[in-house]
Design a protein. Structure first.
Length: 332
């Protein structure tokens, strides 16, 4: 089996590519430039790496054909953010591959109504990212239903893992929140802190892609949530992280309009995006049809990420202020 992974050296691909090699696949990793994967693995030596800029090739109308020329049986797309990108790729790959897997996001749902949210819930996305990803999903599932294009969509939650910052208990990427929790400093949370976030370790997302490939017949034409077993409330998240550092979480709650006065516009924008969605998604379908079984709870995934950040001096152990690192490019 020949598998091409678009975005193979990114967060998910760093785990997925070696897992596919272990499965016995001949893997080609397609990336924009020269970059090491986030997690080293000796099996990367067996991977063919192809480098070309997706945006440039799409502008030329050549990206789909370049992918088709790799002669892969399976194509995994981890970097598609526009319906036009998906259309160009699917036109070129139709009739030439056996399985196409797209990385979506749980934000195709918009605000939760009945929780945990199942894949069958109506799509009510808001915001540019969620709306664009929902349009891609609708297009791919339409192609699967009407034209028998072999598509599967996997929807991860908030990605976590070594090498980048997790969403914190205030719903943004500011690492000072973790530093303050480690020091026992007061943390301000919006409203009552009962909004939710739903993390997932990148290794578990990779697991889900492998399971979908191995269970192709039941995966075709379907969407699946790929998240940890349970979402976290912001309040519960802060309390548990305080316990991890051996400090009681000192929390103070403010109405949104008061809370936002204390933080930068960037942090407020990110926090609002997360608390307005408050995702809480079911993995029953992925467990039942694919055999997906996440290894990491939300907290275990975040703790592994934070251990890496502490080790690399991105987060201080106690009290010292540290400048924010750049937030990750969203792959969820």
């Amino acid at each position: 089996m020949r598998v091409a992974v678009i975005g193979g050296t990114g967060h998910i691909g760093s785990y997925l590519v070696p897992a596919l090699v272990e499965l016995g696949a001949a893997v080609t990793s397609v990336s924009r430039g020269i970059r090491n994967p986030y997690v080293r693995h000796p099996l990367w030596e067996q991977v063919q790496q192809v480098r070309f800029d997706r945006a440039v090739e799409e502008e030329r109308g050549a990206f789909g054909e370049r992918m088709a020329q790799l002669n892969a049986d399976v194509v995994v797309d981890l970097t598609c953010y526009r319906e036009e990108s998906a259309r160009q790729l699917i036109v070129a790959l139709a009739g030439r591959i056996g399985h196409f897997l797209h990385c979506g996001t749980i934000w195709v749902h918009g605000p939760s109504s009945e929780v945990p949210t199942s894949e069958q819930q109506p799509r009510r996305p808001f915001g540019d990212y969620g709306c664009r990803k929902a349009a891609i999903e609708a297009f791919l599932l339409e192609q699967a239903s009407e034209r028998r294009f072999p598509a599967t969509v996997l929807h991860p939650g908030h990605l976590v893992g070594p090498g980048w910052a997790p969403i914190n208990p205030a719903g943004n990427f500011n690492l000072q929140v973790f530093s303050d929790l480690a020091s026992g400093n007061e943390i301000l949370l919006p409203d009552r802190g009962l909004e939710t976030v739903h993390h997932v370790h990148a290794a578990d997302v990779a697991q889900a892609f492998v399971k979908a490939i191995k269970n192709r017949d039941v995966a075709l034409g379907q969407s699946f949530h790929v998240v940890s077993p349970a979402a976290l409330t912001l309040r519960g998240y802060a309390e548990r992280m305080g316990e991890w550092w051996g400090q009681p979480a000192r929390l103070r709650f403010l109405p949104w309009e008061e809370w936002r006065k204390n933080f930068s516009e960037k942090d407020c924008t990110v926090t609002w995006d997360h608390i307005a969605h408050s995702p809480n998604c079911s993995i029953h379908k992925a467990r039942t049809l694919l055999g997906y079984e996440p290894r990491y709870s939300s907290l275990a995934a975040v703790r592994e990420s934070l251990a890496w950040l502490v080790e690399h001096q991105k987060v201080p152990d106690r009290g010292t202020r540290w400048s924010n690192i750049a937030p990750p490019i969203r792959e969820t």
